[in-house]
Design a protein around this ligand. Sequence first.
Ligand SMILES: NC(=O)C1=CN([C@@H]2O[C@H](COP(=O)(O)OP(=O)(O)OC[C@H]3O[C@@H](n4cnc5c(N)ncnc54)[C@H](O)[C@@H]3O)[C@@H](O)[C@H]2O)C=CC1
Length: 342
Amino acid sequence: MLRPLRLLLSGLKTQPSRCCSSFVSRMRYVNRLKEDDEACAAALKDGSIFLFHRLSPLLRRPDARTFSPAAFTCSDVQLVLQRLGSDGSQLKEAVLIGCSEQNQAQFCLDVGELDQAAVEEASQGTFIDLRKAFFLLPAAEAPLVSKGQALLRWHQTSRFCGASGQPTQRNRAGSQRFCSSSSTVYYPKMSAVAVALVSDGSRCLLGRQPSFPRGLYSALAGFCDMGETLEEALCREVAEEVGLEIQSISYSSSQHWPFPHSSFMLGCHALVSPTHTQLSVDNSELEDARWFTMDEITRALQVKAPPRRGDPPIIWLPPKHALANRLIREWVEQQRQSEGGE
Ligand SMILES: NC(=O)C1=CN([C@@H]2O[C@H](COP(=O)(O)OP(=O)(O)OC[C@H]3O[C@@H](n4cnc5c(N)ncnc54)[C@H](O)[C@@H]3O)[C@@H](O)[C@H]2O)C=CC1
């Protein structure tokens, strides 16, 4: 059964009583910028811009251990572009990604047509592939670059109308594209993915695909089919992949996942009967799936980095930024609480 919405909202970090008005005004401001091209163009002049080069975000290292996405003012970016021989007109290609707590509109811009090393030198940062950058960034900043990259990618791959074949035009914020020939409005798309940490009450089930790095096990996941509910997708995926029937589902949380393209991950805990735990793994989907005890999971959570070549084989789990990691930690917490309550 899904948890009631009241409980979901109480899990959010914002505290409505204290910062409701500034949160509401920021959300309404961003919404207005999506609707109003002139207001958006004005906001860009005072906003902050995160640079990408062929979809890789520019990061800086404030100190030896920290990475951060570099935020530039509009005039900073103009200077960099001019220094590299560009007339600055590509600033119009910036896409709106949000608004900071300081009420500053935030944009992303891909400068992929400029020389990468020259931009890096002029901006004192490094473009890092998102697959690496996402995990180098603090948890609060990773979603910013993943959202930016997803939007930039969508624009780069949605230049033509599927109905008329004619070029589409974007609004200033980049929140939609329009085909004047077929009058079709296109919005950025995400694929819904259901991810479940399956438990039989005392153990949890993890699987691995052949493409995973050696020793990595994760929660079971699958794309939702058209017309399916989250619950139907979870029951189908678990039946298909490991041959089990889910008895109950409780919602945990969600996440935007940029790999390989934009997915909207919906994370749940799923329970199967402790008397029906025999696995029948579909090897066309999974290389392996197995039940893990609390001790095994606790040990795997302590592994801080993937094993290097030549290291003895060990089980390790998805990194902290992944929803699967959160589900595993929640399960450990639930187990501890129920052990403590016995
Ligand atoms: N953030 C997290 O904690 C986790 C994220 N994931 C992500 O969830 C996604 C789905 O996981 P898996 O099913 O294990 O991955 P998968 O990438 O192996 O996909 C399985 C199959 O789904 C089909 N497919 C691919 N893209 C699709 C789309 N956009 N819509 C519908 N069907 C599609 C293909 O036939 C593919 O072979 C992957 O992108 C994976 O990276 C998976 C587990 C945990």
